[in-house]
Design a protein around this ligand. Structure first.
Ligand SMILES: [Ca+2]
Length: 266
């Protein structure tokens, strides 16, 4: 009698345990989800300098900071959002091809394409404070508040110590097991990394812990045909206004900079 009663109690418990085990098995052994898809809506359009070969873009305290590329034409700039006016510049020596920028505290950090040299500036004065080196090419740059995060055109993202500029760790960006090549300009937004994918009109959203692609933003048509004046180049440059929740994008030599909203398509 006692055994029967125990079994009566035990069996439902075992069934619950089995159900939990099955759920856990599928949760932890499943393949990565198909990435989400977004398109965009332009909510504001601003002027952008058609001489700016945009390689880095950041928004902070009401102004844009922009890093531009090409030898002899590379600069660090402070730009007024509303007018596109260049408020402050620092020109790089002619041999350097400027790349991604990020703001970390009171400093601005800027990469270069093939020189394997990065520059650290005073955010207010643009005074060059120091240089550092890294072993790869330099493409995009952002930070998560703890590490600098850089791309080099491969599927890798490198997490650098912001004081020593040494690599702490790296991740490979995978879209359901396929490496995503051409990771370019970067922006860290609310715990996710957004990256322009060179030379496309797509932005990829990345999970920083694993490198898993969690979404694709299709930016096709962002530059209307009437604005395709030569020598307009590719979409590049993502900046986020944390306080205002505004997302900005532009491109190399683009005449416009856009504030966009993301629209899920599935
Ligand atoms: Ca950026």
């Amino acid at each position: 009698m006692f055994v029967k009663r125990s079994l009566k109690l035990l069996i439902p418990g075992l069934i619950v345990l089995l159900a939990v085990a099955v759920v856990l098995f599928f949760l932890f052994t499943r393949k990565p989800d198909t990435p989400a898809r977004w398109t965009y809506k332009v909510v504001n359009t601003f002027a952008h300098d058609t001489k700016a070969f945009t390689q880095g873009l950041v928004f902070e305290d009401g102004v844009l900071y922009e890093g531009t590329g090409l030898p002899g034409k590379s600069e660090l700039r402070k730009v007024q959002l509303e007018t596109g006016d260049v408020l402050q510049t620092h020109k790089l020596p002619d041999e350097f091809f400027g790349e991604g920028i990020t703001i970390f505290g009171d400093r601005i950090i800027q990469l270069t394409l093939e020189s394997k040299v990065g520059f650290v500036y005073n955010k207010e004065t643009f005074e060059l404070l120091r240089e550092f080196s890294y072993p790869t090419e330099g493409w995009g740059l952002t930070n998560d508040g703890r590490y600098l995060i850089m791309s080099d055109g491969t599927p890798m993202l490198y997490f650098l110590d912001p004081k020593t500029f040494k690599q702490n760790h790296k991740i490979m960006v995978l879209d359901q097991d396929s490496p995503v090549w051409g990771l370019n300009e970067l922006e860290y937004i609310d715990g996710q990394i957004y990256a322009n994918v060179w030379p496309t009109e797509r932005i990829v959203k990345i999970e920083p812990e694993t490198g898993e692609v969690i979404g694709w933003i299709n930016m096709e048509g962002i530059l209307p045909p009437e604005d395709h004046s030569e020598p307009v180049d590719v979409l590049n440059g993502i900046a986020y206004d944390q306080a205002g929740g505004r997302l900005f994008v532009t491109g190399k030599f683009y005449p416009k900079l856009y504030e966009i909203k993301l629209i899920p398509t599935r």
